[in-house]
Design a protein around this ligand. Structure first.
Ligand code: OMD
Ligand code: FE2
Length: 436
């Protein structure tokens, strides 16, 4: 199973049949009196039935058993997932986390047990807001599947390949790729080594591609580079656990068959992956530093136009050519929250201290920008065309909401770097004008 097949496109109407059951998709209707091969028809709705056509999302799944064939849910008390944003007092300080730990080798932890919430805002009950989590695991989910009833998960692996077995088929996701598993979709994560990464969860709308405006019809993340799996069922009648995240808490129920029993499906509500190396980078070729929104891969919009509950932005390898310009990120204060992670390499504004597998949070209006070394180097360097962020990939989850840090993020993970502010302490006074 190494040559997985994928369907290409973003937001397309796809259809897929497992080749072991030709003609398993009903023709020209969704719900025939009897489905081919004795399958059950089941609709998975990702939008209100009545949502406008351009936002209307649903898929039809043709499966061996309908999903309702399961026992009752009970609380599942593992990991540190939460949507309680009042665990600790607010703290506007710049925050930097050292790389998060892998599980110790004498402990077995699967993906769902290994999710820890760092920060977030809003309420899954109101379908508004987001959460940022990190995961760290060393065991595959065996006869266990997970689904999130609270929203969509954008998963950013940092170490280790994830084999995402979903109801729609199988996706392999390696570091420098991302995947999105949308609300309600069942999946199971298989790993082959200690694995770690980041998760952006959005409670409200689904992710969309940013508008391109004057860029034109092509560029940034192109729709054809988004890949969706093909139908691949298993007919296994054994005990399976279904873990659900519901209103910020985990629950577990059992059933006597595999949830990955979908023989055929069609629709526009699907899981997908994207390779960040396919991002077509657009940037300034004259002077000045573009705002990082120019690197937006996916956005989850709020009701306010042009304002995101969460943007997923990357800092990809590229040429830097601006003339007469301080080329790294400018010093700034932002009305948005900025959570950053590093997949590999180094981030141009902070060559030390911000490490792969770690993170930073610069909260609303909290000042930040290049560290002392970066400022001094970039103020003096000869402005030849040069590659930046080569062999590197940083990213940002940027949100219009104020993010609260959880108890795990602030205390229990023990990764906060108390010396983060020192990186700006040596900034000198270079002022040459009169005193008053
Ligand atoms: O703070 C950061 O490092 C992220 C960032 C990058 C950039 O190029 C411009 C603004 C910005 O917030
Ligand atoms: Fe910033």
């Amino acid at each position: 199973m190494n040559d997985l097949k994928y369907l290409s496109g973003f937001g397309s109407e796809f259809s897929s049949e497992d080749p072991r059951c030709p003609n398993s998709l009903p023709k020209s209707q969704n719900s025939p009196q009897k489905c081919p091969y004795g399958l059950y028809a089941e609709q998975l709705s990702g939008s209100a039935f009545t949502a406008p056509r351009h936002e209307n999302k649903r898929s039809w799944l043709y499966r061996i058993y309908p999903s309702v064939c399961h026992k009752r849910f009970k609380p599942f008390l593992k990991g540190n997932i939460t949507s309680d944003w009042d665990e600790i007092k607010p703290d506007p300080n710049q925050m930097r986390w050292n790389p998060f730990d892998f599980p110790s080798s004498n402990e077995k932890r699967d993906f769902v047990e290994g999710i820890n919430t760092i920060c977030g805002a809003g309420d899954p009950k109101l379908k508004l807001g987001l959460a940022v989590h990190v995961y760290s695991c060393n065991d595959s989910m065996k006869r266990r599947a997970f689904y999130n009833s609270d929203g969509d998960l954008l998963i950013v692996p940092q170490t280790g390949k994830l084999r995402m077995k979903t109801e729609f088929g199988i996706l392999d996701v390696v570091p420098n790729e991302i995947c999105v598993i949308q609300q309600g979709m069942r999946f199971s994560v298989q790993v082959t080594e200690a694995s770690r990464g980041y998760i952006l969860e959005v409670y409200g709308r689904h992710f969309s591609l940013p508008d391109l405006g004057p860029i034109g019809a092509n560029g940034l993340a192109n729709p054809r580079d988004f890949l969706t799996p093909v139908a691949c069922y298993e007919d296994v009648e054994e005990n399976f656990e279904i873990v659900a995240k519901y209103q910020g808490n985990l629950f577990l129920c059992e059933q006597n068959h595999s949830p990955f029993d979908v023989v055929a499906w069609h629709g526009n509500y699907v899981p997908y992956k994207y390779n960040l190396a396919n991002f077509m980078v657009i940037n300034s070729v004259s002077f000045d530093h573009c705002d990082p929104s120019i690197f937006t891969v996916l956005t989850c919009q709020s009701e306010r136009s042009g304002t995101a509950v969460a943007d997923f932005v990357i800092f990809p390898p590229r040429w830097s050519v601006q003339e007469n310009t301080f080329r790294p990120p400018y010093y700034h204060r932002n009305c948005m929250s900025e959570f950053m992670g590093l997949i590999h390499g180094r981030y141009e504004a902070k060559e030390g201290g911000f490490l792969p597998g770690g993170a930073t949070l610069h909260s609303i209006m909290t000042p930040h920008g290049p560290d002392v070394n970066c400022f001094e180097k970039a103020s003096e360097e000869e402005l030849k065309p040069c590659r930046i962020a080569d062999e590197s990939q940083g990213f940002m989850f940027e949100s219009c909401l104020g993010l609260a840090v959880t108890k795990w993020g602030a205390q229990e993970c023990q990764k906060l770097d108390p010396n983060y502010n020192k990186c700006w302490e040596g900034l000198k006074k270079n002022f040459t004008g009169p005193k008053n």
